[in-house]
Design a protein around this ligand. Structure first.
Ligand code: SF4
Ligand code: SF4
Length: 403
């Protein structure tokens, strides 16, 4: 009741004076400081960062405004700010900041907090952002796979030629576990995505980029931008991060395509695995794995180098995702190497670890840094289709479809 009266008085005073009342969330300020360092509080709003950022638009630029919101502890406004997702943490802005405020790191820290904020169920956001839950996060998929293998009589190391299907058969139980995990993760991710979309549609930060007028135009421009990494390529100080990001992105796409082709072959054409090394699908998979591994190693190296400096800080969420992807790449490559070298125990053991890491990637997608793929895509679409335009054109699109 007291709080209600206080809010009414504030609202009234705000209307009369044109002032905005700020309720600083000190816990949030400390969380940002924990991720990006304390120096962001020294920002004196000179705007050199916004003027330097190659991605920031002229109208309502970032990251200067986010810096003052962070200092004031305006959590609600920052978490729902679509602009934080347009930033690639290249740190061009941090390089020119006269107060060592590291705005690039501040935005990266806020993005990590947003994963937690939009997590569904919410406890998963907490688990993924705290190292003390790491053993649980690893054990859960490992035990799940062991239980399924035990229950279906596959908990032994088979004799004869090393064929992973003998221990982890398609379609049951292997595909069933992974399809179920993907559906659960997709459902939870969809909840977070819808919350985020509703929030940014009502955010005070709205964009009108590219003069796009229909939903379809916005989507195709977004896909083109993601495939080309066009915004990222404009960064200077973090140019090296652009190349490693490209390698990981296209390596992952190649691996995804390989898995899809193998699954289609298994279901529709009774394809027998393992495929010969020179089979086109195998070549695509191995090239993808190599690009993915090189990209991840570069990313880890770049973050380790940055850790020595004051700029380019990495949080636990960053490291969790990077180490998970490295494990994924190494176990995938080495399970093949051990299979070809006919080292039975190592081949099956490494393949089991590979499946655990794939399951972790699927299950924890909505809460880990992997989800930046989803939130950034939504933010770019939002930037391409401003609220006023999207509301009218989407309605027009649907009514013409209905007609
Ligand atoms: S973060 Fe640095 S460059 Fe940006 S407004 Fe603050 S002091 Fe200026
Ligand atoms: S880190 Fe790079 S993309 Fe992000 S605000 Fe700074 S200059 Fe812009």
């Amino acid at each position: 009741m007291v709080e209600e009266i206080r809010n009414t008085i504030r609202e009234q005073q705000g209307k009369d004076s044109g002032m905005i009342f700020v309720d600083p969330d000190l816990e949030f300020v400390n969380e940002v400081a924990g991720m990006s360092g304390d120096s962001f509080k020294k920002c004196f709003q000179c705007a050199a960062c916004s003027a330097t950022c190659p991605i920031s638009p002229d109208e309502n630029p970032f990251p200067r405004k986010e810096m003052i919101w962070a200092i004031w502890g305006m959590k609600d406004r920052l978490i729902k700010d679509p602009d934080i997702w347009l930033c690639y943490q290249c740190n061009d802005c941090s390089a020119v900041c006269p107060r060592t405020g590291n705005p690039g790191d501040v935005l990266a820290g806020i993005r990590n907090l947003a994963f937690k904020y939009y997590a569904f169920p919410s406890f998963m956001g907490k688990w993924l952002s705290d190292i003390k839950y790491l053993p649980l996060l690893i054990l859960f998929p490992a035990i799940l796979l062991l239980l399924v293998m035990g229950a279906t009589g596959h908990l032994t190391i088979p004799e004869g030629e090393i064929v992973f299907r003998k221990v982890f058969p398609h379609p049951w139980p292997l595909d069933a576990v992974f399809i179920l995990a993907s559906l659960v993760a997709a459902g939870c991710a969809a909840v977070g995505a819808m919350r985020f979309w509703n929030d940014i549609r009502n955010s005070p930060v709205q964009r009108k980029e590219g003069h796009l007028t229909t939903f379809g135009e916005g989507i195709s421009a977004t896909i083109k931008e993601i495939l080309q990494h066009s915004r990222f390529s404009e960064c200077e100080a973090g140019k090296h991060r652009y190349y490693s990001h490209l390698l990981v992105f296209y390596g992952f796409l190649a691996l995804f395509l390989t898995t899809s082709l193998v699954c289609t072959g298994l279901y529709l054409f009774d394809l027998q695995t393992p495929l010969p090394l020179l089979h086109p699908v195998k070549v695509l998979g191995n090239l993808g794995a190599a690009a993915f591994l090189v990209g991840i190693c570069l990313m880890i190296y770049q973050r380790l180098v940055a850790a020595e400096k004051d700029v380019g800080k990495s949080s636990y969420s960053d490291w969790f995702f990077l180490w998970l992807m490295l494990t994924l790449a190494l176990t995938g490559i080495f399970s093949q190497v051990f299979r070809l070298a006919e080292i039975r125990v190592l081949a099956y053991g490494t393949y089991f670890l590979h499946l655990v890491s794939v399951l972790m990637l699927f299950l924890y997608f909505p809460y880990s840094k992997f989800a930046h793929l989803m939130y950034r895509t939504i933010a770019i679409i939002h930037a391409r289709i401003p609220v006023s335009v999207s509301a009218t054109t989407i309605a027009a699109d649907s009514s013409s479809e209905a007609a």
